[in-house]
Design a binder for this molecule. Structure first.
Ligand code: DHB
Ligand code: MG
Length: 223
């Protein structure tokens, strides 16, 4: 038997069917997002389940998400927390933020989630000034050029033992090209390189291959 991209896609579906089923609500959110013309760059179901496992691992009661998009990953994350949980999710695009708010209400998790519309760096600075309790988990999935700055601010806003995840840090293997001129690739390369000698976290990059393009996620714990 030869293993190829189709095998990886089928294995992803196999794992999803076993352990990461989308219910009608998650499927409905994807349908809403598609109808609104959003790019299908949402996480996969098994990545959603991975986020839930990580949220439970650190006992997350306060989660921060950068890059709400249509709120699909937001709902996976919100569902990993009890009723007292709080999730702040940041979205730069006003139309996406409104769509996400509707999806979050549709999913019945609006009490746990607040959408902050604005550029992530601005909202992060504002959050830092609000003296909120630290976050237990941060999911970074916003625009790629400032990923290193997002990560550093995420660490600042988190407690020791917090889990920080950053999506899309392999980009179909394009990170291997040190001469890349792609701003998204350069952005994630800056983060990945920083992690090599960054002592504030213990980190790894999980390569991911499945229903989505070949990519990877940073998974880190704050020291
Ligand atoms: C892109 C962004 C994402 O968050 C993702 O998961 C895939 C692609 C992008 O901007 O290209
Ligand atoms: Mg992503």
């Amino acid at each position: 038997m030869s293993v190829n991209e189709e095998t990886f896609r089928q294995v992803d579906e196999y794992i999803g069917d076993l352990l990461a089923n989308e219910d009608n609500i998650l499927q409905g959110i994807l349908a809403n997002n598609k109808a609104a013309g959003l790019e299908p760059i949402h996480i996969s179901p098994i990545q959603g389940k991975l986020l839930q496992v990580l949220a439970r691992t650190c006992g997350a009661k306060r989660i921060l998400e950068l890059g709400t998009h249509g709120g699909y990953s937001t709902v996976w994350l919100a569902r990993a927390m009890s009723e007292e949980g709080q999730l702040i999710t940041i979205e730069a695009d006003a139309e996406n933020a409104e769509l996400a708010e509707n999806n979050i209400a549709f999913a019945g998790v609006a009490d746990k989630v607040s959408v902050r519309q604005g550029k992530a760096l601005d909202v992060l600075q504002a959050l830092a000034a609000e003296n909120l309790p630290p976050f237990d988990m941060v999911f970074i999935d916003a625009d790629k050029p400032p990923y290193k700055e997002y990560f550093e601010l995420a660490v600042k806003l988190s407690r020791p033992g917090a889990i920080i995840v950053a999506d899309n840090v392999i980009r179909e293997g394009k990170v291997l090209d040190i001469n890349s001129t792609d701003e998204k690739v350069k952005g994630v390369q800056r983060l990945n390189k920083m992690l090599q000698s960054y002592e504030k976290v213990t980190a790894i990059i999980l390569p991911t291959l499945g229903v989505k393009e070949y990519d990877g996620m940073v998974v880190a714990v704050v020291n």
